[in-house]
Design a protein around this ligand. Sequence first.
Ligand SMILES: [Mg+2]
Length: 298
Amino acid sequence: MLMSALGGRPSAGTLTWRAGPGALGWCGDFGYGRRMRPVRAVLIDIDGVLTISWKPLPGAVEALQRLRAAGFPLALVTNTTSRSRASIASALAEAGFPVSAGDILTAPVIAAAYLQAHYPDARCLLLNSGDIGEDLAGLALARQGDPVPADVVLVGGAGPEFSYQALNQAFGQLQRGARLVAMHRGLYWRTSEGLQLDAGAFIAGLEQAAGNQADVVGKPAAAFFATALAHLPASAAETLMAGDDIETDVLAAQRQGLTGALVKTGKYLPRTRRAASGTPDHVLDSFAGLPALLEQLS
Ligand SMILES: [Mg+2]
């Protein structure tokens, strides 16, 4: 759950923008899509937008500071599965971003809530790279190699843990009737060493092999955006989603009635934009351009 203070922040009805040497300039393709309507709150993806490999992208810290100074209600929404929400908050704060854990909604947090609601007391076989145990508290997690059947195979983000042995164990549980639940099905993400293969590639294989369609709980699931919006003092129509994944962040948000802004950093590739299922409302060179866009839209 996002922190209640999100709803307690002043509405961003009037933004104060400073001119001068520090002011952010115009950049990107404003108004690329069709929607130009008032925006009062923002949802922001983290990886590839604010940071790459947890290092801030140029101008990102200053842009978020400007949104905070203007009292703009915001939440960070991420499919990141390599760290707990507290650890993400700590890494971002260390990098200079003015955020706390309560500002952040993660796919693992949503997955835990989803499983407790839909599969209470289920034994879950977790396949994930990273320490997210504290965000999965309350779930009954089966150990790798545990012979007892699992009720759910819960797939997070890919990494060395996705060995043949681990994937084959997951396949075995699916054959025995376990449900397949995915935190997301991203195919790749960008690190300081380039694009890295993510869980979506393995989920597609498990689905085909076991004949079992995964329930996806992170972005682009409608419920993920609904949960984030529930903690903002703004409706979908008044909220903008900024992300580097044209399908999962931007077009998925637009389908839920939000305004979408694609940033050309992180996993952005011209070919994925050309092949996308729709057109972003706005395209920015980077997150550094968001304050100026919001000034236009507010
Ligand atoms: Mg991203």
